[in-house]
Design a protein. Structure first.
Length: 149
């Protein structure tokens, strides 16, 4: 019964993230929903979130969502999706939270390679001239790297 509850909660959280429903996301997280639980399609809330809502990304990341977990089908990270779609604010939020922008997707491409607007657009400019990470984000990136090894 507990497994079904967790699965249902994971689907609800992923659906709320996809809709950009901050209130529902907060309610579910407050009820102990796991921000890294996979939905019935094998994806986490941050992988299916409404990319145009940096506040959704911030909330999920503040509650422990892993910004460096690849999509099981494409190998894309949330940073690839935000870069491809041109959501610069969301990409910046991911970066500040320790998202690795140097990891390739399943096709070997970096977020810079798929940036909306091409190599001269605002997303590519951001990716080429990244602001420095906070010490906490640097530690998060190192911890994530250590876990993958």
């Amino acid at each position: 019964m507990e497994r079904r509850r967790d699965s249902t909660m994971a689907d609800e959280l992923a659906n709320a993230a996809a809709r950009g429903d901050l209130q529902r996301i907060r309610e579910l997280l407050d009820c102990a929903a796991d921000p890294n639980a996979v939905n019935s399609y094998g994806r986490t809330p941050i992988q299916v979130m409404m990319l145009g809502s940096p506040r959704v990304a911030e909330l999920l990341l503040q509650r422990g969502a892993d910004p460096n977990r690849p999509d099981p089908r494409t190998g894309c990270l949330p940073a690839h999706d935000a870069a491809r779609a041109g959501f610069l604010e969301t990409l910046a939020v991911l970066h500040r939270a320790g998202a690795r922008l140097d990891l390739p997707d399943g096709s070997g491409r970096l977020p810079l390679d798929v940036a909306a607007g091409g190599p001269h657009g605002p997303v590519a400019r951001f990716l080429r001239h990244l602001p420095p990470l906070s010490p906490a984000a640097q530690v998060a990136g190192l911890v994530a790297e250590g876990v993958k090894r």
